[in-house]
Ligand binder design. Sequence first.
Ligand code: F6R
Length: 616
Amino acid sequence: MCGITGYIGSRDAYPIVIKGLQRLEYRGYDSAGVLLYDGSNAQVYKTKGKVADLQAVVPDLQQKGTICIGHTRWATHGVPNDVNSHPHVSNSGDLAIVHNGIIENYDTIKAELTQRGYTFKSDTDTEVLVNLIEEVQKVNQCKLGKAVQLALNEVIGAYAIAVFDQKKPDELVVAKLGSPLAIGIGENNSEFFVASDASPFIEYTKNAVYLDDEELAIIKVGRDIRIRKIHDDSQVSPEVQALQLNLSQIEKEGFDHFMLKEIYEQPKAIKDTYRGRLLPNEGIIRMAGVEEYIERFKSADRIIIIACGTSWHAGLVAEYLFEEIARIPVEVEYASEFRYRNPIITEKDVVIAISQSGETADSLAAIKMAKAQGAYVFGVCNVVGSSIARESHSGAYTHAGPEIGVASTKAFTTQITLLTLIALKLGKEKGNLANSDFHAHLQNMELIPSKVEKILKQDAAIKEIASEFLETPSCLYLGRGYNFPVALEGALKLKEISYIHAEGYPAAEMKHGPIALIEDGYPVIVIAINKGHYEKVVSNIQEIKSRKGKIIAVVTEGDVTVKEMADHVIEIPEVEEALSPLLTTIPLQLLSYHVAVARGCNVDQPRNLAKSVTVE
Ligand code: F6R
């Protein structure tokens, strides 16, 4: 995780880098730091805590200079303290580095460097890397770019780095393997911006180059970026892309938190996901990434879905969709388990990787493994140009727009939207879906955004319900069928942002253990819509009621039975079961949000978490 950013040009670099770090804070917020070069001296300021804490330690008079690199950290090696914060400086004091990633063989390198007289202040792998670069430069008497390249050929791990050399203060050297790195290009190469994503520089330039893995770039004002492959030194022509991102997408726009903004964005985000793909009037679903490999999909023995966290929950919803609608067997795998358990993969498997960021290390490694064993890989990502998107044979973007709140909300519903489109398309192609059913699904899908709007109107009532939860140490989420994964997702949302323990369960499993938790006032959130096995869920609710549990039920508009038993109900509009997760999720997101806010938690930056998990 971690976010890196940098500037080289003619403007004041410090404010640009600080603002950039604030935008990258979703990637980690254990510590922050900058290196500033004012034309004659380089100064490093760093501190444990957030970017706001960093601002407090950089003296006003020092905030000048036209070169700056910065870092916001999610700690991997070494506790989050001032010393372990980035930038790290080499023993001579000449080189400074910011790094996102992990150097796995840093121990061995550190031992060698120690033998050669190097000393280390921090516990980090990054301080080892900057000193390795220094040693390589010394031994080979080479320029910084060459030294970085040679040093990176000795390391095992993942990195996006920016390196500055006081002896040659007119350039930055950046490199990437496994962690993302974008370079923003000012007009006529008059200035450059470096960042883990494009958000730090969108108000300055729309032109960006995304480095590929194994690439190193030398950035110098007034000339084109020079890119080389790290392993063989071959030259690469920079591929300049026009950024689609705009400023309003990364600002709160009047909402108290990004999470709330993103919950409210869902009607639009869902529409953006199906725009141009769902064509009810023509009676088709158009998806180039599926069409290109349609025979692989149609002849697949099974679909293996690989993901982590919330994206894994979307994968579980997709299991119901694909098996019911397309009649293809599905296995849903945690990427972290899949990649380490020697799974059986064949050329007849279709692997679908789901990832909002497209950078999750475990998911990326899992698809590389599946590809190597002959599987066809389809990526479902939100971030355009991300590593998983590029590693996949084909895929489709969710087009949800940037998700900045660390807890996933619109990523989940847009992933489900996209996966529903694929399931429907395959159901039709395979002849499992009658024309009339297919058309009905397309029309129902188009109604989802307005139904989500309707649920959002109950926000105030949901906030009221949330106020009863504030002191509970634990609660249970129950759902069946398509809504079992929604129960898991509801529980994850609550625990990650409010720190209240929560568990999701299939409703029928309750009596095999979790029922023991239920006592007077114990909160149980039940998804009890009028589709699927409604009566069975009603029985589960009775079981909870008879043990005096407190029931909050998500029901279909007009429900009477559950209303009589539950302490609170939240109504959702009538919807077919296969599409219901797109609606039942919304009140659970709002509930978690309001509980967390009322408990005084930082909902956008929950403790110990980071948005994009680019390390194992
Ligand atoms: C939960 C959450 C995480 C992510 C997980 C996968 O709210 O955000 O569980 O879903 O880290 O991330 P992506 O989808 O980027 O691969």
